[in-house]
Design a protein around this ligand. Structure first.
Ligand code: HEC
Length: 124
């Protein structure tokens, strides 16, 4: 009986961080990203739509014609490169493509905010 409660309590605590990430990730996304990015496929704005972007090849969202830094990119988005990109898009583009500039200038400075945003992107 006691052991069962403990296991349930432990499971709840273990599940909490993900829930918290998803919620604040959405808030951060709305605050810093939504002005240029929709998460609805096909709705490109100043930036490409980010529906299911994690695991996809970079720079290839259908219908988005304003790629600059990510034009001709040759990699797939995962946790690590997305984290580096969000931390400093310009620096990332310079290090990982043959291009030098990007019109995405938003920098997400806090590592925990980047993790939360990436969790949000994975869920959308
Ligand atoms: C001022 C508009 C703007 C803001 C704000 C912005 N972005 Fe972008 N984003 C862009 C543009 C433009 C591109 C294309 C970059 C390029 O090719 O140089 C892009 C590209 C991306 C890509 C790569 C998409 C692909 O097709 O591979 C991701 C992921 C992304 N942004 C995420 C974010 C996140 C997360 C935020 C918020 C923290 C954000 N962006 C804020 C304009 C913006």
């Amino acid at each position: 009986m006691k052991i069962t409660s403990l296991i349930i309590a432990a499971a709840c605590v273990a599940a909490l961080p993900n829930v918290a990430f998803a919620a604040s990730g959405e808030e951060l996304y709305k605050k810093y990203c939504a002005i240029c990015h929709s998460v609805t496929a096909g709705q490109n704005k100043g930036g490409p739509a980010l529906a299911s972007i994690m695991g996809k090849p970079a720079g290839q969202v259908e219908g988005f014609v304003k790629y600059k830094g990510l034009k001709g990119a040759d990699f797939t988005w995962g946790d690590e490169n997305m984290d580096a990109f969000l931390a400093n898009p310009k620096k990332f583009i310079k290090a990982n493509t043959e291009n030098t500039g990007t019109s995405m200038f938003a920098k997400v400075k806090k590592a925990e905010d980047r993790v939360a945003i990436i969790e949000f992107l994975k869920a959308n």
